[in-house]
Design a protein around this ligand. Sequence first.
Ligand code: NDP
Length: 309
Amino acid sequence: MSASTSTDPVLTLADLEAWSRPGTSLAVFGHPIKHSISPAMHNAALSDLARTEPRFADWKYFKFEIHPDTLPQALEVLRAKKFRGVNLTVPHKIIAFDRVAAVDPAAQPVGAVNTLLLTEAGWRGHNTDGYGLATAVRENLGLDLAGGHIVLLGAGGAARGAAVECLQRRCASLWIANRTRENLDALLATIAPIAHGIPVYGFAPGEIPRDLPTGAIVINATSAGLRDTDPLPIDLTALPRPVAVFDMIYNPPQTGLLRAAAALGLPTANGLDMLVHQGAKALEIWTGISATRTAPTMGAAARTAMAAK
Ligand code: NDP
């Protein structure tokens, strides 16, 4: 199976409506979706599984460009065509949350779903991004969110998922910085009910709290860094020495924040393995095969696909 994204066609709602492929189909919906390397990852893992388990020989994963206005219709067609599952990426994760038949309890406080499984009652929504983050932080940096002090940058959808994961795993404290105070306050209010005694603080990136502990794991969940011209989401030299910096962005592979962290001698990791592990967990939900078994194949495919970009 080629891991090249250029060989993965971008399909449309019209293609879905005309769908007649026999076998088990999986999908990812996004807008835009062209950049997605998820088909390369999932199809590599499915090919690998089929070598030892023939029942996976007819499984395949496809990417669809779906406009948010047509998401409900697309999910209905997907169900009628008996797709086993679908991944959702920007901007569908939040829109779909209120439109699925059931939501996995762990995903409830996130308010967003990235993996849907077809059940008799309809789509069941899960969110595997938090698992992807926690697993990548452990694998790449040797650190656990559980028991760690976390400095989280951002207050958008990815930050919300990360904050929920940190709290569900019982981090020691959570310090959230965001450019726009209003968005920060909304996030703090949303996660307050699940803090259960864990200290949670919000601050402006330019005003570092005096009591912020040393040795925190810094996680960038802002989109600052996607472009070369973006400002740094925080000045790392103004923080008490962190233990490591994780950036959810993986394209470019090294953001300004990761460069700044490396210059300070801090361990760093980008978001590619977060993508890999959320994908492996999604595949586990659809196949019952442990995410730890498929992650290495998905990781290799992801690296090949990124190198081809
Ligand atoms: P959202 O649009 O929901 O949130 C964007 C966040 O970035 C907000 O907090 C926003 O702050 C902040 N921001 C944007 N531009 C700047 C800037 N120039 N300076 C400082 N802060 C800025 O996006 P998502 O939460 O969905 O995604 C965030 C990032 O995480 C993206 O880069 C995405 O690619 C990555 N991601 C990676 C994943 C992975 O698997 N590796 C999974 C999911 C996301 P404000 O409130 O002030 O606007």
